[in-house]
Design a binder for this molecule. Structure first.
Ligand code: IPM
Ligand code: MN
Length: 353
């Protein structure tokens, strides 16, 4: 049995999950080994409801779950940044609490193959408060970037798994080895992993990688890189895809030790888009990509092969339906969130447990 804690969060977070949640609830009703709990308060809306962006009841629910399905964390209409200054801290805290230390993003490029970005997400540039000193305006601010060889190796191990799914395509390891000691460790690990696995990681400096991702027609299948570089480069890949909505994001604990609290968090990677909240026009592709990844991650559900069917239904709808507003040319007819979801749910109608 897989327990999924739902944390819709802020802005368009709740509506963006409607389609995937309807599908999961149907599986649950059909007797699949899946159970949904929540929605649990989280982010700015969590703060408005409880006074905390990550209230203890939500943490408790995550301790009792196997995975989190989240919508978005960020601003929410009617609540100012002065009132709730840093809702994203709730996401960062969840990653640290459950040691969700690797991020795997899937960007779907219309008419092209996926690009996967694999990066460390709790160590390195995204380390916890013990590696930071705030400035009081006089004293220097400090963020220390520390990478442990064991942690770098496990990021590469996940990258190898993904690279093997796309044989023949380019796989790049991105760093800044001319400057950073951590990047020189990164590069050594890339070479050792290439020798051991046969996956030919190509070293690319981060500035050059940004250029190539904008300019080159053929994108790599896998980009493996440090957390902050990956944060920036994944947005560039989304720009190539045409919309921030075309990215599903998984933050995983690679130990895959089920039964001790959440092992992974799945979400679309776009923000909370507060000004579009309630418009029901947003593109839910990232949420469907995230749920496909969730279904592949949880052993009970992976055994049912649902992830391939969700992905096939999504691909079919994206390829045949009118575009959502974010991908439409001026004056082109568009489809809204509910019509988009309905097509996917119809395509999945025959899928039961
Ligand atoms: C993302 C976001 C987060 C990150 C923020 C909200 C902490 O930018 O998911 O890409 O940088 O990891
Ligand atoms: Mn980001």
């Amino acid at each position: 049995m897989t327990t999924i804690a739902l944390l819709p969060g802020d802005g368009i977070g709740a509506e963006i999950l409607d389609g995937p949640v309807a599908f999961l609830r149907r599986l649950e009703a059909d007797g699949a080994p899946v159970r949904l709990t929540g929605p649990w308060p989280y982010g700015t809306t969590g703060w408005a409801e409880t006074g905390s962006t990550l209230p203890s009841q939500t943490v408790q629910a995550c301790r009792a779950a196997d995975v989190i399905l989240s919508g978005a964390v960020g601003s929410h209409p009617g609540i100012t940044a002065d009132q709730c200054p840093n809702p994203e801290a709730a996401l960062i805290e969840l990653r640290h609490l459950f040691d969700l230390r690797i991020s795997v993003r899937t960007v779907r490029l219309p008419g092209d193959e996926d690009v996967i970005i694999v990066r460390n997400i709790t160590g390195g540039a995204y380390a916890g408060p013990d590696r930071r000193i705030e400035s009081d305006g006089v004293r220097a601010a400090e963020d220390r970037l520390v990478l442990d060889p064991v942690r770098v190796q496990e990021v590469f191990d996940i990258a190898v798994e993904h690279a093997r799914a796309y044989p023949g395509r380019r796989v790049i390891s991105v760093d800044k080895a001319s400057v950073f000691a951590t990047s020189r460790l990164w590069r050594r690990t890339a070479h050792a992993t290439a020798a051991a696995s046969g996956v030919p990681f190509v070293d690319v400096n981060v500035d050059r990688a940004a250029y190539e991702l904008v300019k080159y027609e053929q994108l790599p299948s896998v980009i493996v890189t440090e957390g902050l570089f990956g944060d920036i480069l994944s947005d560039i890949v989304c720009a190539r895809a045409g919309s921030p909505a075309l990215c599903g994001s998984a933050t995983i604990n690679p130990d895959r030790s089920f039964g001790h609290g959440v092992t992974a968090l799945f979400e679309p990677a776009h923000g909370s888009s507060p000004h579009r909240t309630g418009s029901r026009r947003s593109n839910p592709t990232g949420a469907w990509l995230a749920v496909a990844d969730l279904l592949a991650w949880c052993p009970d559900l992976a055994a049912l092969d649902l992830h391939h069917r969700v992905r096939a239904a999504l691909d079919q709808v994206v390829d045949t339906a009118p575009p959502t507003y974010d991908l439409a040319a001026a004056d082109e007819p568009t489809i809204d969130l509910d019509a988009f979801n309905q097509r996917i749910l119809d395509a999945l109608a025959a899928v039961t447990a």
